[in-house]
Design a binder for this molecule. Structure first.
Ligand SMILES: Cc1ncc(COP(=O)(O)O)c(C=O)c1O
Length: 385
């Protein structure tokens, strides 16, 4: 394909960063399942020497994700956690990070139980509240870490406002926008330095792979991330990259459907007499509903609490027939999770409850099945809760 000046999002999803394979013309980038590449003579190769360092299938995925985010550089990793860990490797001993208080449990665990041992420190604040971020800044703050929407309470941070603050204080701003994907939100356009994705979720989209990515428009950050990617070595395999490329081709179609299904499910749950609260950015009751409306999409994830706490939640989960009790989000299948014991089990109970992750809270990742079938399943399970 010749270079087009400006492509729309759907075109980027289908074709971004992809070219016919130079050896055969294959329209889909082949799975270059190789560890190494033969050199013609010392110092003379074809741009590849070892697959930890570079691999053509991985490069296609990296270009594709970068284009979707509107950045120049994408760096792919073996998991979302590997992408997060690599980005934290940009820091050095003694540095301080301000973090959204409602982050994915694995991010919290990495920061508190692994990276603190290496002399990094973290302050968790409600990043939907700008003054509380400003109060948390210290002389040694080098990074702000935003997760938006947050997991599992769907808090939405005003990234543009935070980015002004980050610039004022010369602090690197990182945003994990796994839940919204670049279909709804492109943080680089709002002034963020690095965007993080668990590509395990919507980007690959079919529960077929674990992966992660970091995207930046900054040459120095890219050079450093590339160095870390190669030095630490948490790279994705070529097959995993290929499966992710394939998934991304329908991202725009899936995200629209996830969004539409989720809005219907959220309205159903909100009107159900046995449901105590529903947290979904598309509902007017959501504290950042107007910000989400400006973003132009609400995503496919919500959390809710049936009446009756933990025992009702347990009965509800046991009674589901279609929706799967599974620890992930962002795939074609509707999945439910119990954050307190599953995704956020590594957060100390007192802190978890303070954050609002109660024992009865259920997270729902609405898939792209027929909305009527999802609602029917939730309805019959609520009747038994
Ligand atoms: C928002 C968010 N970021 C990062 C991760 C970690 O990604 P992975 O499971 O691919 O390592 C997750 C996983 O659930 C997540 O929800």
């Amino acid at each position: 394909m010749g270079r087009m000046k400006k492509m729309g999002f759907a075109t980027k999803a289908v074709r971004g960063g992809q070219r016919p394979d130079p050896t055969t013309g294959a329209i889909v980038t082949p799975i270059y399942q190789t560890a190494t590449y033969v050199l013609e003579e010392l110092g003379k190769g074809r741009g590849y020497d070892y697959s930890r360092t570079t691999n053509p299938t991985r490069e296609t995925l990296e270009r594709n994700i970068a284009e979707l985010e509107g950045g120049r550089f994408g760096v792919a990793f073996a998991s979302g956690m590997a992408a997060i860990s690599a980005t934290l490797h940009l820091l050095k001993q003694g540095d301080h990070v301000v973090v959204s208080d409602d982050v994915y449990g694995g991010t919290y665990r990495l920061f508190q139980q692994v990276l603190r041992k290496y002399g990094l420190s973290f302050t968790f604040v409600d990043t939907t509240n700008l003054p509380s971020i400003e109060r948390a800044l210290k002389n040694n703050t080098r990074m702000m870490w935003i997760e938006s929407p947050s997991n599992p309470l769907l808090k939405i941070t005003d990234i543009e406002a935070v980015s002004e603050l980050a610039k004022e204080f010369s602090v690197m701003l990182v945003a994990d926008t796994t839940m919204f994907t670049p279909y709804f939100l492109r943080p680089l356009e709002l002034g963020v330095d690095v965007v993080i994705h668990s590509t395990t979720k919507y980007l690959s989209g079919h529960n077929q792979v674990i992966g992660g990515a970091a995207v930046t428009d900054d040459e120095k950050i890219h050079e450093d991330l590339r160095f870390i990617q190669n030095s630490v070595g948490a790279v994705p395999g070529p097959l995993d990259c290929w499966l992710t490329i394939l998934g991304i081709k329908t991202l725009h179609l899936r995200m629209r459907r996830h969004n539409d299904n989720a809005l219907r499910v959220a309205r159903f749950l909100e009107s159900h007499p046995k449901v105590e609260r529903v947290i979904y950015p598309g509902l007017e009751s959501h504290p950042q509903h107007s910000l989400a409306t400006r973003i132009g999409g609400f995503g496919g994830i919500m959390s809710f609490e049936p009446e009756g706490g933990f025992s009702a939640a347990k009965r509800f989960l046991r009674s589901l027939k279609l929706c799967s009790l599974a620890e992930s989000l962002g795939a074609t299948e509707t999945m439910v999770t119990h954050p307190a014991t599953m995704t956020h089990g590594s957060i100390p109970e007192e802190m978890r409850l303070k954050r609002g992750i109660t024992d009865g809270l259920i997270r729902l990742s609405v898939g792209i099945e027929d909305a009527e079938d999802i609602i029917q399943d939730l309805d019959q399970a609520l009747a038994k809760a």
